[in-house]
Write a protein that binds this ligand. Structure first.
Ligand SMILES: [Zn+2]
Length: 477
């Protein structure tokens, strides 16, 4: 036992030395001091959080098609300039213009109760005098399917328990069309969140081409459970929903782009950012004000410290992530055949909670599936080397305890360029509360902890700087 302990101790002590191949010594010796300098500066920097508060409190939420989004575009370009970025442009992007309008919902019998009700993004309206029908509460798609045409003429209530965002969001996205195929006239979706606080969470739905478009809204967890109990007690709850939601013609908005030009290879790009738009409730603070403001501040710090990365660091605030993804697609068009000049794409879109490290992916760029976005991917030798390089960069984040490097990292805005072969990365956080407030009236700046925000800024600045400066390239697809 004693000997074993000694042995383990010895091998533990030797391990780091043995795994210090040439590469590792390189990243650590080349960038260790700079990383410490960046982290120290980030932890003492209040400008990024002040800018986030300004965006949230003075501009507020920023739905595609809204006047406040246009103000946010203009303001963002000015802020990039103030932060010391250059080559600032706002290439136009046509975005969908969905308007919520007035809306409400209620249980009419066997009790009378208003519902905590928030229409789903892109939903159609109800008739002007609303929609009244018997509610049918189902737990999942299988239960809905088993009812066949019995739901015809009824309002289907999806009461799916939260099993992680990536899984449960399917009811919000596809529930309306599934129910409509069986003849339902309206849909209510239990909010996609682990936390019951009588708070409805919106988010986009997608209508299938082969189903009638029926109106759909989120209700609070508590209201969904109440409807379920009423049904279980033998009643057929009658519900009423009224929504004026509708589409208006597409509107011109823009991506917002600024750079720190590279000192040796300005044509090679490390792009980082998040999305400028948000839902039309709350302030879009965690989602995704925190992402765009942290990436901007990361670049501002690199600039402020007088660091001159060899490649260009480009900050992009993509538009229309929430209900269309037009900004990410427009960015791919905007870069054209230069897409593979991107040596890395970093997206932050999961809130600025305590960072644990970051994820790296060479083959995935789609919508993230949830907080623990950890897709196992097979690696070839080159990808393996790249993953080890990432782990070496991760080690430099020890001062903020963010050394974990996972396989799998990306975001929906960088999806289109990642699909072309650009390696993707994203910060990993504890994401403990992200889905408590996501897409609600409660996503306000007070939910963003200033200290954790600064740590995220530190992480992004170290990551972007090293990726833009190191001799090696990360492997993409
Ligand atoms: Zn988001």
């Amino acid at each position: 036992m004693r000997r074993l302990t000694l042995c383990s101790l010895l091998s533990l002590a030797l391990l780091p030395i043995m795994s210090h191949a040439a590469g590792q010594a390189n990243i650590a010796s080349q960038y260790g001091a700079t990383a410490n300098q960046i982290i120290d500066a980030a932890l003492h920097d209040d400008a990024g959080y002040a800018r986030l508060a300004n965006l949230c409190d003075r501009i507020g939420n920023r739905l595609s098609g809204s006047e406040s989004l246009l103000r946010a575009v203009k303001w963002s370009a000015e802020e990039m300039k103030k932060a010391g970025l250059t080559n600032i442009v706002t290439p136009p992007v046509m975005v969908p213009h969905w308007v919520r309008g007035r809306e409400s919902g209620a249980i009419l019998s066997p009790v009378e109760r208003p519902l905590h009700f928030l229409g789903l993004g892109m939903s159609v309206s109800t008739p002007a005098d609303g929609l009244t029908g018997d509610a049918v509460v189902v737990a999942d798609f299988a239960e809905l399917a088993s009812l066949g045409a019995k739901v015809a003429g009824k309002i289907v209530v999806f009461n799916a328990p939260y099993e992680g965002y990536g899984r449960t969001v399917a009811y919000r996205v596809g529930g309306a069309s599934q129910a409509a195929k069986q003849g339902a006239i309206g849909v209510l979706v239990r909010s996609i969140t682990p936390l019951a606080l009588q708070l409805p969470h919106t988010g986009t739905l997608q209508y299938a081409d082969d189903a009638p478009k029926i109106p759909a809204a989120a209700i609070s967890i508590e209201d969904a459970l109440l409807l379920k109990r009423l049904q279980d007690s033998g009643a057929v709850p009658r519900v009423h929903m009224e929504m004026q939601a509708h589409m208006e013609p597409d509107q011109e908005a823009a991506n917002v782009i600024g750079e720190i030009p590279g000192s040796e290879h300005p044509e090679e790009i490390v792009v980082m950012g998040g999305h400028l738009d948000s839902w039309d409730v709350g302030q879009g603070a965690q989602d995704d004000g925190s992402g765009i403001m942290a990436t901007l501040e990361a670049a501002a710090l690199i600039q402020k410290l007088g660091l001159k990365p060899k490649r260009t660091v480009r900050v992009v605030f993509w538009v229309n992530e929430e209900n269309g993804g037009r900004g990410g697609e427009a960015y791919l068009k905007w870069v054209g055949d230069k897409v593979l000049n991107h040596v890395a794409a970093i997206e932050m879109d999961e809130g600025a909670e305590r960072p644990l490290g970051f994820g790296y992916s060479w083959s995935f760029g789609g919508r993230r599936a949830g907080p623990a976005f950890d897709v196992e991917q097979k690696r070839n030798a080159e990808q393996d080397r790249s993953f080890k390089l990432c782990q070496e960069i991760g080690q430099l984040l020890a001062p903020i305890q963010a050394t974990q490097v996972n396989q799998g990292g990306g975001g929906s805005d960088i999806g289109p360029i990642v699909a072309k072969g650009v390696p993707s990365l994203s910060p990993t956080t504890t994401a403990e509360h992200y889905f408590d407030w996501h897409h609600t009236q409660a996503d306000t700046v007070d939910k963003v902890n200033p200290t954790e925000f600064k740590k995220n800024t530190a992480l992004l600045a170290v990551l972007a700087y090293i990726l833009a400066d190191m001799p090696e390239h990360l492997a993409g697809r």
